[in-house]
Design a binder for this molecule. Structure first.
Ligand SMILES: [Zn+2]
Length: 82
């Protein structure tokens, strides 16, 4: 059965979100911000790099990416319907 409160949970870890309007829980939201910052610095270095390319590159860097950031990168890459 689908939970009526699904939108109140982090789609990655299924924990309750602190703020309903945020996409993820606080922990994953912070990882998302780091991911975004990383993308901005990669953009400067590579000029043309799509968000998807960035996520893919990042996920191929074994061990260099923190687990939380990896979770968000995978989620953004495979479940980006919204
Ligand atoms: Zn989470």
């Amino acid at each position: 059965m689908k939970s009526r409160n699904n939108h109140l949970k982090c789609p990655i870890c299924k924990r309750d979100k602190e703020l309903a309007q945020m996409k993820y829980c606080a922990t994953h939201n912070e990882a998302k911000e780091k991911l975004q910052k990383g993308y901005e610095s990669w953009l400067k270095a590579y000029n043309i790099l799509s968000w998807d390319d960035y996520l893919q590159q990042l996920l191929s860097l074994e061990g260099e990416v923190g687990n939380l950031i990896r979770d968000v990168a995978e989620y953004e890459l495979y479940f980006k319907q919204d």
